[in-house]
Unconditional design. Structure first.
Length: 350
């Protein structure tokens, strides 16, 4: 049996984790054909593994994938997502429908949150997803009701790219309400992925485990709205473990639906009130500034102000400029209509 077929066969067993599959492959790669009688097994796990390697489970899965136009990508393949490969608990295999180029995204950003959001949460989820996708970000989410679905819609409305990570078998969309959204994602060059093969049973634990893939695929994770105990807080916790940037939308202290986001902010998450907050952190200048073709210190001053460094003295200190030179740069930016002096003597982006 080939290595890829072995991974596929083992992935069909709910009692075998991805971590165990990867460990098994590492220990037995020299065993040509993964002959069951010669394999090394963890103590007490030999029977479970042998059972999965018997018969032709892998060939049945491959046939179903072929019929359903489902691609199989293992952690050993070149097109396996680089960021996900860096995580401690990476999935051994990804079953994929759609645009495989999105396995190698340029700027993947996850947006997740409550399944029962308020109009406030939906508004800013759509706004952030739309604006980020417009700037080339690939929006990653879980195709769940509420915030997840709105994140995908925001990206699609911007004619951008989006990746949906399922907690079910690759051939099963849950909730069924989102079957139409899934078709739209595929129809607009998006990608749907799952670590579970066709006809894999649905277990409650699949959904929190799915969150590690969402976090692992992304450079940054945005939580727009989440109640206490929300699954999106698990995503944020995993993102922190993976050293990803975590952003949270501040919400009313009176709203139970903003508890999670406000909790994250108290715990050190980065506040996000506009996409400019995130884009400037990653070196993106707003479109109007790009059109003006700012150069040198003009761009540096504009970038600092967009990141919230608004005080003249702080800008001068950060860039080590003479006061006269900084005054001239600020005046140029004001004349171009890019910045404006506020009542407190600081500067803000217009």
């Amino acid at each position: 049996m080939k290595t890829k077929d072995t991974i596929i066969a083992l992935s069909s067993n709910p009692d075998i984790s991805s971590r165990e599959i990867i460990d098994f492959i590492r220990k037995n790669k020299s065993n040509r054909g993964y002959l069951k009688e010669n394999c090394q097994y963890k103590p007490g796990r030999s029977e479970v593994f042998r059972k999965s390697l018997e018969g032709a489970v892998f060939s049945k899965i491959k046939e179903r994938c072929k019929r359903g136009r489902i691609e199989i990508v293992t952690y050993l393949d070149k097109n396996y997502p680089r960021l996900l490969a860096e995580t401690a608990d990476l999935p051994a295999v990804l079953y994929c429908r759609g645009n495989l180029n999105l396995l190698k995204p340029d700027f993947p950003v996850a947006i997740v949150g409550s399944r029962r959001p308020t109009s406030y949460g939906l508004k800013y989820t759509h706004k952030f997803a739309f604006e980020l996708a417009s700037r080339g970000a690939e929006i990653v989410s879980g195709l769940a009701l509420g915030i997840d679905g709105e994140a995908h819609r925001g990206a699609l409305d911007a004619s951008g790219k989006t990746v949906a990570v399922l907690g079910t078998a690759i051939d099963e969309v849950y909730p069924s309400y989102h079957q139409s959204l899934a078709r739209t994602i595929l129809g607009k060059s998006g990608l749907i992925i799952s670590e579970y093969p066709p006809s894999y049973p649905t277990y409650r634990m699949n959904f929190p485990r799915r969150n590690r893939i969402i976090a692992g695929l992304s450079k940054a994770v945005i939580i727009t709205e989440a109640a206490k105990g929300s699954g999106s807080l698990i995503t944020a916790e995993l993102a922190a473990d993976y050293d990803r940037d975590i952003y949270a939308l501040p919400g009313s202290v009176d709203s139970i639906f903003s508890y999670g986001a406000n909790y994250l902010l108290r715990s050190g998450a980065i506040p996000i009130t506009s996409t400019g907050d995130l884009l400037s952190d990653y070196g993106f200048l707003p479109e109007r500034a790009k059109e003006m073709e700012l150069e040198g210190n003009e761009e540096k001053v504009y970038d600092l102000i967009s990141k919230g460094v608004e005080n003249f003295d702080n800008i001068q200190k950060a860039l080590k400029l003479e006061a006269t030179e900084l005054n001239q740069l600020l005046l140029k930016l004001e004349i171009r209509g890019l910045v404006k002096e506020n009542k407190l003597g600081g500067y803000k982006i217009i």
